[in-house]
Design a protein around this ligand. Structure first.
Ligand code: F6P
Length: 372
């Protein structure tokens, strides 16, 4: 197929994360050096294919110096679904299907195959555009690591490192003031960031959406630590965590188009712990700090391998696939596998067992967790 390709397009879509620029750089360099193709960069995700004049050629000089840079030089948005495109006029929001505009724009730009770097929402849009004629290859990214088909997504490792460093810092102040410090971490409805950062950062309690919590179990853990002489505790709460039989917490105001955003569970847990443990409790919400900064070595390598492989897949004619990491190897999975279901932390994973073995409280009794 490589002979029939002249120009590929590339876009980044959804929430940004460290490593996007490294993936763009790898794809551009491989396309030009290995195949002699032209590359067109699309700005602001699918918005750049809905609106005119949002594309620019990318050559080798455009990707110079990108490897360590966080964010995305192409821009991104998580609000431009072509099948559900919201337009606000005089305060009134109307929804349109502009998917045909996207297909038209891809043809107008002479893009033979489009590389989309994104999370589950992006991969779903890409898959839905395929029957309309879009030739596409996916590159998985999201700090949440909740995309199926790949063991790890670009951005996850750096976010875990950022959260781990925050936990190291919270430890010293928690100990000095004999406090319970609660930290709310991102991850949507998956606990990957919270579990990994919590274990790496030596948390005493880790609450994740996959294990609805009992506040009594958490309070017992904190009391036990106090009795054993540790006058402080570190409680990690994933933003999508929820009490057994209860609901996840959402911020009061909604985004444009009525989209709900997770947030506030850290304060909920803290208020209850104050009451149950009579402890001095403070809350940190790490928020978008987890999405920023220079990518870790792991993310630079993963993004580079993914970006290069995406281009090789195009050359092999394997469109409709997403690059993926499986058993340490870069491979490809059909886009349909990637969007089939969200990837949550399996309760029988070795990391869950390791956490339990270290006596980290996961918000419920060990037997209940192991029983799944
Ligand atoms: O998907 C990445 C993520 O950072 C989630 O962890 C978080 O819930 C969400 O995006 C926040 O989105 P926004 O950038 O719209 O605030």
């Amino acid at each position: 197929m490589s002979d029939t390709i002249q120009r590929i397009g590339i876009l980044t879509s959804g929430g940004d994360c460290p490593g996007l620029n490294a993936a763009i750089r790898a794809a551009v360099k491989t396309a030009i050096n290995a195949y002699g193709w032209e590359v067109l960069g699309i700005e602001d995700g699918f918005e750049g294919l809905i609106q005119p004049h949002k594309a620019r050629p990318l050559d080798l000089t455009d990707v110079r110096g990108l490897l360590p840079r966080g964010g995305t030089v192409l821009g991104s948005t998580n609000r431009a679904n072509p099948f559900h495109y919201e337009v606000s006029t005089n305060g009134e929001v109307k929804v349109f299907d502009v998917s045909e505009t996207v297909i038209h724009r891809v043809r107008e730009y002479g893009i033979d195959v489009l590389i989309v770097i994104g999370g589950d929402g992006t991969m779903r849009i890409a898959q839905e555009l395929m029957p309309k004629g879009l030739q596409v290859v996916g590159v998985p990214k999201t700090i949440d690591n909740d995309l199926a088909g790949t063991e790890v997504t670009v951005g996850f490792d750096t976010a875990v490192n950022t959260a781990m460093e925050a936990l190291d810092k919270l430890h010293t102040t928690a100990e000095s003031h004999h406090r319970v410090l609660v930290i709310e971490l991102m991850g949507r409805h998956a606990g990957w960031i919270a579990l990994a950062a919590g274990v790496a950062g030596g948390a005493d309690v880790i609450l994740i959406p996959e294990i609805p919590y009992h506040l009594d179990v958490v309070a017992d853990k904190i009391r036990q630590r106090n009795q054993n002489g540790a006058q402080f505790s570190i409680v990690v709460v994933a933003e999508g965590s929820l009490p057994l039989g209860g609901e996840a917490a959402y911020v009061a105001e909604r985004d444009l188009g009525g989209v709900s955003r997770l947030g506030g569970i850290g304060e909920v847990v803290a208020a209850q712990l104050r009451r149950l443990c009579h402890a001095d409790v403070r809350v940190t919400v790490l928020g978008h700090l987890q999405r920023g900064g220079s990518p870790s070595a792991f993310d630079r390598l993963l993004a580079t391998r993914f970006g290069a492989m995406a281009v090789h897949l195009i050359a092999q004619g394997r469109v409709g696939h997403m690059v993926a990491l499986r058993d340490g190897q870069i491979t490809a999975v059909p886009l349909s596998d990637a969007v089939a279901r969200p990837k949550q932390v399996p309760l029988n994973s070795d990391l869950v067992r390791a956490a339990l073995g270290l006596n980290i409280c996961l918000g419920n009794h060990r037997q209940a967790i192991v029983a799944g």
